[in-house]
Design a protein around this ligand. Structure first.
Ligand code: SF4
Ligand code: SF4
Length: 240
């Protein structure tokens, strides 16, 4: 008797669904809206003058349980300044073949450089393309921002940038809830997705050749799964 009751209950669930509103989305022409705090693609934010918030400290890389982040710090000089203070990230990569979108990296970031957008279209044809470089992750320059390197415009020291940071959000404001609309990316005719930073990176590669250590179309020796694109002199956690 119990089995019959269970079967009737089961069919009841199926029957009830027949009268519910059908949810069909015309994807990819219509993009389903995510929850406001959805964990999507990362963004490396900027200060209001365009300098990068990232100071190359590697705390995000150490916090990452999936070992998906690779950072190499570089020294700012008065002639070549990318961020306020002493250091900046000369190399920054996130491997989206590894990332589990847990958000621990953004919790670890001391400068609120790293935040997550709600952009979820991250599928790529190759594992190599799933490794996003700094140029791809950096927030686009908003009005009034200037492409680094350039001197500090908001004060004489990094303290002027970080004291009162809540009233100086730069591109952190709203980056967490970035729209899925035009500007963040565009759909290519062949079905891929192009990001603003990818064009910048391609221009740089055309002018200066491939980024040092990047292995074209393959992976670095000793890193069989292609976790990182840039290996020489590495100090990140992924090199242990
Ligand atoms: S979201 Fe989680 S898994 Fe992805 S890079 Fe950040 S810490 Fe690593
Ligand atoms: S994103 Fe944040 S935690 Fe990661 S290296 Fe830059 S400043 Fe440090």
């Amino acid at each position: 008797m119990g089995a019959v009751t269970d079967a009737v209950k089961g069919f009841g669930v199926t029957f009830a669904h027949m009268f519910r509103k059908v949810v069909t989305t015309d994807y990819p022409f219509e993009h389903p809206k995510t929850a406001p705090r959805y964990h999507g693609r990362h963004i490396l934010n900027r200060h209001p003058d365009g300098l990068e918030k990232c100071i190359g400290c590697e705390l995000c890389a150490w916090a990452c349980p999936a070992d998906a982040i690779y950072v190499e710090g570089g020294d700012n000089t008065e002639e070549q300044r990318f961020s306020p203070g002493e250091r900046y990230a000369s190399v920054y990569q996130i491997n989206y073949a590894r990332c589990i979108f847990c958000g621990l990296c953004i919790e670890a970031c001391p400068t609120r450089s790293l935040t997550m957008s709600n952009e979820y279209e991250l599928a790529r044809d190759s594992r190599q393309d799933l490794i996003f470089t700094k140029e791809q992750l950096l927030a686009p320059l908003l009005e009034g921002m200037e492409q680094p390197p350039h001197p500090m415009r908001l004060g004489d020291s990094e303290k002027d940038y970080y004291v009162g940071a809540l009233t100086n959000p730069g591109t952190s404001a709203g980056a967490e809830h970035s729209s899925m609309g035009p500007g963040r990316y565009r759909l290519e005719p062949h079905g891929g997705v192009a990001f603003p930073g990818a064009e910048q990176q391609a221009d740089r590669a055309a002018a200066h050749g491939p980024q040092e250590g990047v292995v074209d179309g393959g992976v670095e020796a000793g890193v069989p799964d292609g976790s990182y694109r840039h290996q020489p002199g590495a100090s990140g956690r992924g090199q242990e």
